[in-house]
Design a binder for this molecule. Structure first.
Ligand code: 2AM
Length: 197
């Protein structure tokens, strides 16, 4: 039997936005805090994390993903602001936020969840919090400097971009950070069909 594939559904960022977030990461690095910073080319917006999935199931899911994408028009979003989960006082995950057409984005995430239930994926118990993970805290040294840096850059914003497709990614966990490989891309529609069809 072929090994299962750790996978998730995401939206890619434009090259420019990735570069702008890269510049922000360079600033945050100056805190010298113990953070595993994301590789800029791997930063993405997760819509649904799937975990380990059998390769056959991946194939079966593709038409369902394509159907939901086809019910979706382009979504204009902007990477903006930065902070930490669970909170700036006890940072574990460093994120860049999103603003713009968040309601259609959340609607897409909800529809994907519903479309994937028949394939055995339970809906998330936690509310959808769209974010871009840019780093993971590894130790407590220089945390205060990091907190100050985050507060100093809350006004960060990148160029707006139109999300135009969803991507099913494979995630390989490696000691030096995860590597993501696209498995399937499926476009949004210019004239989306009604979502309740
Ligand atoms: P995160 O950025 O908030 O960590 C690949 O791991 C993507 O799936 C990441 O963007 C990650 O979100 C997301 N994800 C959601 N739930 C996850 C989980 N339980 N384990 C790992 N990644 C998860």
């Amino acid at each position: 039997m072929e090994p299962s594939i750790r996978s998730f559904v995401a939206i890619d960022l434009s090259e420019t936005v990735r570069r702008q977030i890269g510049a922000l990461i360079q600033e945050l690095r100056k805190s010298e805090a113990q953070v595993g910073w994301a590789r800029v080319e791997g930063i993405h917006l997760t819509l649904k994390f799937l975990g380990n999935v059998a390769p056959e199931l991946i194939e079966e899911m593709k038409p369902a993903l394509a159907r939901e994408a086809a019910k979706t028009g382009p979504i204009r979003i902007e990477a903006a602001g930065c902070g930490a989960f669970p909170g700036i006082q006890s940072p574990r995950v460093i994120w860049v936020g999103l603003r713009g057409e968040i309601a259609p984005l959340a609607d897409l995430a909800r529809r994907l969840e519903e479309a994937l239930v028949p394939f055995g994926f339970a809906p998330e118990a936690r509310p959808f919090k769209p974010h871009l993970t840019v780093g993971r805290v590894k130790g407590r040294a220089r945390l205060q400097a990091l907190q100050q840096m985050l507060l100093a850059h809350v006004g960060f914003s990148a160029e707006p971009f139109d999300a135009a497709q969803i991507v099913l990614y494979k995630s390989d966990l490696r000691p030096d950070g995860a590597r993501y490989t696209p498995l399937f891309k499926t476009p949004f529609s210019v004239n989306p069909a009604p979502a309740d069809e």
